[in-house]
Design a protein around this ligand. Structure first.
Ligand code: SF4
Length: 326
């Protein structure tokens, strides 16, 4: 089965739309995959997004021919989104790059070369640069999809071998602010809590995330919780854009791009001002820090740091709309 880009978008949209009305879809090709003739199913985890759905890959003659979710997985309960479900096709797509391509000059077309030649060329280029311009004339830019071992190896080559700290990774572009937030808020570079909290929650606040499209299988759990408890569970979505995620939200807070800090500080202002917090929890598990040097302060000083974030002032900064849906 070949799936065009248009087809993919249509099918993703259909799955998302079905989700809105609570259809308990078997998520498309999962059932198709079960009908495929395979030699064996190999278990693994989808690496396409951070949800971490467990899956099984059907292998025939040493080639991947199907994918299906693992029903007993407590992450995805057998469901996969379109991205994960069609992943196996990438491995055998005729346009997949399997050999190094090289061109001497930018105006020349690429031509295939062997791996040995490619590695020799790369080694020569690095050696010449270091010799001519010094150790910091070279850099490594890695992918977040690299395995831990691959990243470790490259760090050794760059720092230990080529003696430069010019090592960078694309995760910094997507995760740096999140890591900063986790470290300063929770003391560890990890989100706290677990997926199962969704099934115990009565109010969910989603900010800056179009999870309906970016993390569809996890979104499905949020949606299921809402649909099972339409009156008890409230969902607030805060995002400059109205996205498919907004459709199940009771309230969409559409703020001006780049003003999310004002919004969050105004929420903190109201929570403290109206005594909406759990005093025991704050006393036992929280510290307050303010300023660039993250100086530890008491709650009164933290409250004072929020003085300029009254809801009225924040509303002027954030602009936008607040829409309450049914
Ligand atoms: S939500 Fe989709 S892309 Fe993300 S891990 Fe699950 S199947 Fe893969």
């Amino acid at each position: 089965m070949s799936v065009s880009r248009r087809d993919f978008i249509k099918r993703s949209a259909a799955l998302t739309a079905a989700s809105y009305v609570g259809m308990n879809l078997p998520i498309g090709d999962v059932n198709v995959a079960e009908a495929v003739d395979v030699d064996n199913w190999v278990r693994g985890t989808c690496r396409l997004c951070g949800v971490g759905c467990r899956l099984e890959m059907g292998v025939k003659g040493g080639r991947p021919v199907a994918l299906r979710g693992v029903p007993e997985s407590r992450t995805n309960y057998g469901y996969l989104c379109m991205k994960g479900m069609l992943f196996y096709k990438i491995m055998q797509h005729p346009e997949r790059l399997k050999k190094p391509l090289y061109r001497e000059k930018k105006d020349q077309p690429f031509r295939e070369i062997s791996w040995d030649t490619a590695l020799d060329l790369a080694a020569k280029g690095f050696a010449e640069s270091v010799k001519k311009y010094g150790h910091d004339s070279v850099a490594y830019y890695g992918s977040g999809q690299c395995l831990t071992e691959e990243t470790y190896l490259f760090q050794k080559v760059m720092r230990g071998g080529l003696q430069t700290n010019n090592v960078e990774g694309n995760p910094r572009l997507c995760m740096a602010s999140a890591v900063g937030g986790y470290l300063t808020s929770f003391g560890a570079d990890e989100p706290i809590g677990g997926y199962a909290n969704v099934e115990r929650s009565y109010c969910m606040f989603i900010i800056g995330s179009n999870m309906a499209e970016a993390h569809p299988v996890f979104y499905r759990r949020v949606m299921r919780r809402k649909l099972d408890n339409p009156d008890k569970v409230k969902i607030i979505n805060a995002d400059p854009r109205i996205s498919p995620t907004s459709r199940i939200a009771d309230m969409h807070m559409q703020f001006r791009p780049g003003t999310d800090m004002a919004l969050m500080n105004a929420m903190a202002y109201v929570i403290i001002d109206e005594n909406l917090y759990d005093e025991k929890f704050l006393r036992e598990y929280s510290t307050f820090r303010v300023g660039k040097d993250k100086k530890e302060v008491d709650m009164a000083a933290y409250k004072a740091s929020l003085d300029e974030y009254t809801p009225e002032k924040a509303a002027r900064v954030c602009g936008g709309n607040i829409t309450a849906e049914g």
